[in-house]
Design a protein around this ligand. Structure first.
Ligand code: CA
Length: 526
């Protein structure tokens, strides 16, 4: 564990700054700074909770984190969701249609906004302003985050799980292959071409066969990530194939001229064998297979998991070194990273209309935004999974050296579960390996992450337009992506037809409702 790198990342993260602002805002609310600082109810109060999440978990009072929270807040929760269900959406729908609403309901943004407008969930803004100073301070410091979670009527119906740290993925390259071939880490599209070509032609794995796969990827978002070299975007958000914001205007990156140029070039690279011939079909084990068999040269993927191959393959592949590198500069001289972690997630919890204690409930929600509540939501129970070292929550040695991944250990005790809370990036840094940390430090210093489109809430009529046109447009875009890359059609000569087809399919109408919704949602803050 490299403490220096960790400190550097912590110091340079913009999110840290807003959290510092939040911390001082918390100190200012003196009524909550002392005992009984965390009490949400004078009398001991039990609230029912229905939160089935990620198709396999239920929110439960049995978690040690929840028991500690009940002690501090005087509010305990009792799970009423069936743990037998294996579909969280079904479990939610079943509860809604039964009409038997739990006091606290967990779910996803679209459902809160839909059923909230229909009256099943309480609008939270006033409750927050009057009774939840820590949540209020957080949203005051981050108005866009509040707006991202709000419904089409502008009201907030759920408290989202908010992630910290914006980096997720980066570029990785076989550093030992570069060295073997006397090449530098590529800095321009031309140099990327040269390197991939050399990987293809010069037998860097030394087995006498031309079996290297220069660029590979294990998921959709990264199959075409090389398009960034021509300034094209894979997505405008953490969701694959999402809209992007161009100077305050929403458009889709796959209808842009930069995309045309990118696809033309990628088709050429594919034809020359620089991109995995099975890029669309190899599937999620591509990384494991191609690295494990000493075949893959370059990819774009998550920092932590991709870095671990340096450890797991150290014994089997002589000199194996798969290192993060900065995004190469684009053809226009820009340098950017397109992949990011979603900050305001769709997951979270709200207060149902059946709840007779909304004030106590919002105070209980507020607990998770206090310093201690946030610590517990991220690190577990002090003295058990973490201790405070130099003023910072720090995992115990037992947690860090346990055979199970740290996040899996935390889920079992009720930490890092998607209640409404703010993640602490440091929780992850404490168990990331050195190479991942070095990669993230490179990217932090680069500060080249594209800002993300945080999504919009559509009104019923806007949603009708979107649903009528968008799914088939997206399918068509993806079909053409494959058609072009695999060389079945030529990009240049079919681009105009592609554009007219998008128009015929309703691309313009979709953009119009998206733009209206976008301005309504973020107009005041952007
Ligand atoms: Ca070879």
């Amino acid at each position: 564990m490299n403490a220096q790198i960790r400190r550097n990342i912590v110091q340079t993260s913009p999110m840290r700054l807003s959290l510092l602002a939040l911390a001082s805002a918390c100190l200012a609310s003196t009524a909550w700074a002392q005992e009984p600082a965390y009490q949400a109810s004078e009398q001991a109060l039990e609230l029912t909770v229905h939160y089935h999440f990620r198709n396999q978990y239920v929110y439960t009072q049995d978690w040690p984190v929840e028991q500690k929270a009940a002690e501090l807040t005087n509010v305990s929760v009792r799970n009423v969701a069936s743990s037998a269900s294996t579909n969280s959406q079904d479990a939610f729908n079943l509860m809604i249609t039964s009409g038997d609403l739990a006091d606290i309901v967990g779910g996803v943004k679209d459902d809160f906004n839909r059923y909230g407008r229909e009256g099943a969930f309480l609008p939270l803004d006033e409750l927050i302003a009057e009774h939840a100073p820590h949540i209020q301070a957080y949203f005051d410091a981050n108005p866009d985050f509040r707006n991202a979670a709000a419904g089409a009527d502008g009201k907030l119906y759920y408290i989202p799980y908010i992630q910290d740290g914006t980096l997720s993925e980066g570029w990785f390259i076989r550093q030992d292959w570069l060295e073997k071939l006397g090449l530098e880490s590529p800095e321009t599209p031309e140099e990327v071409y040269t390197v991939l070509k050399a990987f293809r032609e010069q037998d860097p794995n030394g087995n006498g066969q031309k079996d290297e796969i220069p660029y590979f990827a294990r998921n959709q978002g990264n199959m075409l990530r090389l398009m960034n070299l021509w300034d094209a975007r894979v997505s405008g958000s953490a969701t694959y194939g999402d809209f992007a914001v161009y100077d305050g205007e929403l458009r889709h990156p796959w209808a842009e001229e930069t995309y045309k140029t990118a696809m033309s070039n990628l088709a050429q690279w594919y034809a020359e064998g620089l991109i995995d011939p099975e890029i669309f079909t190899r599937g999620p084990r591509a990384r494991e297979y191609l690295l494990g068999n000493d075949l893959g040269g370059m990819t774009h993927d998550w920092f932590p998991s991709t870095s671990t191959y340096n450890v797991s393959l150290a014994e089997t592949i002589d000199g194996f070194s798969f290192k993060p590198m900065l995004p190469p500069k684009t053809i226009s001289g820009d340098r950017f990273e397109d992949a990011r972690r979603q900050i305001v997630t769709a997951e979270g919890w709200g207060i149902s209309v059946a709840n007779e204690h909304p004030v106590e409930t919002i105070r209980y929600f507020d607990f998770w935004f206090t310093e201690l509540g946030r610590q517990m939501a991220n690190f577990g129970v002090e003295g058990e999974t973490y201790t405070i070292v130099d003023g910072k929550p720090t995992f115990t040695e037992a947690v860090l050296t346990d055979g199970q991944p740290v996040n899996a250990q935390l889920w079992e005790i009720g930490a890092q579960v998607p209640r409404g809370y703010v993640m602490d990036y440091d929780y992850e840094l404490q168990w990331s390996n050195e190479i991942a940390l070095e990669g993230m430090q490179l990217y932090e210093a680069c500060d080249c992450l594209k800002p993300d489109f945080m999504g919009v809430a559509l009104t019923d009529s806007e949603k009708a337009v979107y649903d009528r046109h968008w799914p088939s447009i997206l399918t068509y875009m993806q079909e053409m992506q494959q058609t072009w890359l695999l060389g079945a059609q030529d990009v240049e000569s079919t681009w105009d037809d592609y554009q007219s087809r998008l128009d015929q399919m309703g691309y313009g109408e979709v953009l119009e409702v998206m733009q209206t919704a976008y301005q309504r949602q973020y107009g005041a803050t952007q």
